[in-house]
Write a protein that binds this ligand. Structure first.
Ligand SMILES: [Fe+2]
Length: 168
């Protein structure tokens, strides 16, 4: 998990300025995902949908056009939506997490979004790569994900403008 204040500031503005996906972008995402996964993807806040969409474009531009990799990129942050935190709440939570301060229930949900999202993806019978990447994307590469594929997915999880790790 990335925690520098400059990073948090960049991610704050990235989330703040994200536009909703257009109709054609939504159709593209829907064409990439199984219907039950698409339903969950579109429950995310606009900024997270755009972040997932950018991550998918990034893995595709890196030469990974198979559905499992695209699904992993799209779905890795779906656990965040359970925290119901907006941009300010996320920023406060991030600082509290970095400083090791006591967290509210929603902040804990936000902190644990990888594990929560992975559990949900298991129930939705998502590809194993999507489950594994959601579970581990805030930390170290698991042995179940090959090194170059991990690098591709981590690179895709960058804020597009600032080039910084987007999971704060
Ligand atoms: Fe992310």
């Amino acid at each position: 998990m990335s925690g520098s204040l400059s990073h948090l500031t960049r991610r704050f503005f990235d989330v703040l300025t994200s536009k909703p996906l257009s109709i054609s972008e939504r159709a593209t995402v829907a064409s990439w995902l199984a219907p039950e996964l698409a339903e969950v993807f579109f429950e995310q806040m606009d900024a997270d949908q755009r972040h997932g969409y950018h991550a998918a474009l990034s893995v595709i531009s890196d030469g990974h056009d198979d559905g499992e990799v695209i699904t992993a990129a799209l779905m890795h942050d779906v656990g965040k939506r359970h925290a119901h935190l907006g941009v300010i709440g996320r920023s406060v939570a991030s600082v509290m997490i970095v400083l090791g301060l006591p967290l509210t229930e929603r902040m804990v949900l936000y902190r644990d979004h990888g594990r929560n999202g992975a559990r949900e993806l298991v129930e939705l019978q998502a590809p194993s790569l999507a489950i594994e990447y959601a579970l581990h994307h805030q930390g170290e590469r698991p042995q179940t994900i090959e090194s170059n594929l991990w690098k591709t997915l981590v690179a895709a999880d960058q804020a597009p403008k600032a080039g910084t790790r987007a999971d704060f």
